[in-house]
Design a protein. Structure first.
Length: 275
């Protein structure tokens, strides 16, 4: 049986799908963690899952995901693209925002090389230099502080230490190479299509230091991925961003434990490792 987050997201996707005449009879849940992805024929509905604990109203994040992905598509960059007919949304059902995306055939077992990931990310970054829309300028910092305000009491007495660390790292963030970012640029957010590597999931986009995306690439891909990036960013800048990302992961694991209590041990281990 689906947990309440998945069940309510599926209901919202189906409600929007029926309203727009999509293929709800063949609905398939593709993913159910941070967001719940529901395939409705040639369209994939994206609905907040665990991210509801991070951002109680995710509408602005989903709007940015659609806008940035549309900009990249129009710029000739290979990304999973939002639909135009029906409009991508966000649409709303049962209080949840739902965005719609083209189903993109891909090989789920393919693993891109560091060079493929790094060069395609550089292409994304180049196109994002011209992104005209407004974006947050403190993205992960404000999300961290908001999560601590809402859920800090559940974090084993560490909320004050986590908050102080977030403020310290925010002050140390690099002030150069500022641009629109992917925001969550790890190899799990790139799929292998017949046309080549294809990025997705731009809801965490913000306007910040290039080192943020590269720190995530290094943390979740490895040093070979960072070394393959066709530009050099100061290592000290990457270290600050890496530390902020690690702090974010600690808080995120506590949010996961609110949804799945059996994972609380993972959160405590991450907290102990951080400090």
């Amino acid at each position: 049986m689906a947990d309440p987050y998945t069940a309510s997201a599926l209901d919202a996707a189906l409600s929007v799908g029926r309203r727009l005449g999509l293929a709800t009879g063949s609905a398939e849940v593709l993913h159910e963690r941070s967001n719940v992805l529901v395939r409705l024929g040639s369209v994939v509905a994206r609905v907040p899952g665990t991210t509801r604990l991070l951002r109680p109203d995710a509408t602005a994040w989903l709007e940015r995901d659609v806008a940035v992905s549309r900009h990249l598509t129009q710029s000739g960059v290979l990304v999973v693209s939002p639909t135009t007919d029906p409009p991508a949304g966000p649409h709303f059902a049962d209080g949840l925002p739902v965005t719609l995306w083209h189903w993109t055939p891909h090989d789920p077992d393919h693993r891109h090389t560091p060079g493929e990931v790094a060069s395609s990310l550089a292409t994304v970054h180049a196109a994002l230099l011209a992104y005209p829309g407004e974006l947050p300028v403190r993205g992960p910092v404000d999300e961290l502080l908001g999560a601590l305000d809402r859920h800090g009491a559940t974090m084993d007495g560490a909320a004050d230490s986590l908050r102080a660390e977030a403020v310290r790292l925010a002050a140390a963030l690099p002030a150069d190479r500022i641009q629109a970012l992917h925001g969550d640029a790890h190899p799990g957010n790139i799929i292998a299509t017949a046309e080549g590597p294809c990025w997705l999931d731009f809801e965490d986009t913000w306007r910040g230091p290039l080192a943020w995306d590269l720190a995530i690439l290094a943390k979740q891909g490895g040093t070979a991925f960072l070394a393959a990036y066709p530009d050099v960013v100061d290592s000290a800048s990457i270290e600050v961003c890496l530390r902020l990302r690690e702090l974010f992961v600690v808080v995120w694991r506590y949010l996961l434990a609110l949804r799945w209590p059996a994972r609380r041990g993972e959160a405590r281990a991450a907290l102990a490792d951080y400090f």
